[in-house]
Design a protein around this ligand. Structure first.
Ligand SMILES: NC(=O)c1ccc[n+]([C@@H]2O[C@H](COP(=O)([O-])OP(=O)(O)OC[C@H]3O[C@@H](n4cnc5c(N)ncnc54)[C@H](O)[C@@H]3O)[C@@H](O)[C@H]2O)c1
Length: 315
């Protein structure tokens, strides 16, 4: 049994991870400030669901607050750091906020972890660090020096900061580059959920670009399994891609949603957004070999599960 602090544990991925940790008998502390990036009531509802699996300690506070961070980490064995300002497009509107939360917050956590003698610090990075990399699939050793959004730049800078703390204090610091994660409780502004909610309400869906952009969509249970594996087996400073290692065009995604929701989409076509990348596609060989990561939910199956969840919520 380990005592694990999950920052951002009230959010989409964090709440699923907290459930999985509790289910296997770990003790969980969630540190979350319930930001209004999306409706905080959704995050409270996530925690209600987590509480059905087991008891969690909740520290309601901001990762930029050193006092809060120090006390949250005081008796922990490991940290999984998911709290962040997420999302590419809003980061273009308010880059300073992304830098403050994603970098100052991460620095506070790393410093507190080092002081508390915590051994393992798992960092949630993002496929967005690859920018407009044209060599596919993306490998962890590909160049990542040209991020194309402030969000991506803060995630890459976060990886560098994590490396520094590994070097200075010997922390084990797996950095996980998540590729577009979806599933129940997905953030409401993300395309899959936004599209699905519009479709069941009979509203048009805003499709950016000509529909040919491609994403490696990763079901949340696979991301959770990969994150647990990194927590248990991650040694030293190591970067891992966590994706399904398959790509789906935006057009195909809409077709799959239509088939699973039983609704025909009305498309409101809009220009491609600056900061969005054309394609993401994960090479997951390293995570397979070193972590035993084995994603098992292809997008057809994942969207069917997601559609059932959306339907179960519809009034
Ligand atoms: N969802 C994806 O597709 C995806 C892809 C790549 C990387 N990631 C990364 O995974 C992590 C989790 O993403 P998610 O989709 O679950 O997002 P989310 O917004 O649902 O969860 C993030 C949580 O962090 C909390 N938080 C934000 N700022 C905070 C602060 N200053 N102090 C304390 N708590 C704060 C929020 O309240 C929220 O509950 C993020 O680091 C994100 O960048 C997600």
């Amino acid at each position: 049994m380990r005592r694990v602090v999950v920052t951002g544990g009230a959010g989409f991925i964090g709440s699923h991870l907290a459930e999985a940790l509790l289910a296997r008998g770990d003790r969980v502390t969630i540190l979350d400030s319930f930001t209004d990036f999306y409706d905080p009531r959704l995050k409270r509802a996530n925690l209600d669901e987590v509480a059905r699996t087991g008891r969690v300690e909740l520290v309601e506070g901001d990762i930029r607050d050193r006092g809060v961070v120090t006390s949250a980490l005081a008796h922990a064995d490991a940290v999984v750091h998911l709290a962040a300002m997420a999302g590419v497009r809003p980061s273009i509107e308010d880059p300073a906020l992304y830098v403050a939360v994603n970098l100052d917050g991460t620095a506070n956590l790393l410093q507190a972890a080092a002081k508390a003698g915590i051994k393992t610090f798992v960092f949630a990075s993002s496929s967005s660090v690859y920018g407009n990399n044209t060599k596919v699939p993306f490998h962890e050793d590909d160049p990542v020096d040209h991020p194309i959004s402030p969000y991506a730049a803060t995630k890459r800078a976060g990886e560098l900061l994590v490396h520094t703390f590994h070097h200075l204090y010997g922390l084990d610091t797996p950095c996980l580059r998540y590729f577009t994660v979806y599933g129940p409780r997905q953030r409401p502004e993300m395309a899959i959920r936004r599209f699905a909610e519009c479709m069941v309400r009979g509203q048009p869906i805003p499709v950016l670009g000509d529909g040919s952009s491609r994403r490696d969509y990763t079901f949340v249970s696979d991301i959770v399994a990969g994150t647990l594996a990194a927590l248990d087996r991650g040694r030293g400073f190591r970067i891992y891609n966590l994706g399904e290692s398959a790509t789906t065009t935006l057009c195909r995604l809409v077709e799959l949603l239509e088939a699973n929701l039983g609704v025909r989409a009305t498309i409101d076509r809009r220009p491609a957004a600056p900061g969005d990348v054309e394609e993401t596609f994960a090479d997951i060989g390293r995570a397979r070999r070193e972590l035993g990561y084995a994603p098992s939910v292809p997008v057809e199956e994942g969207l069917s599960r997601f559609a059932r969840w959306i339907r179960s919520r519809a009034p």
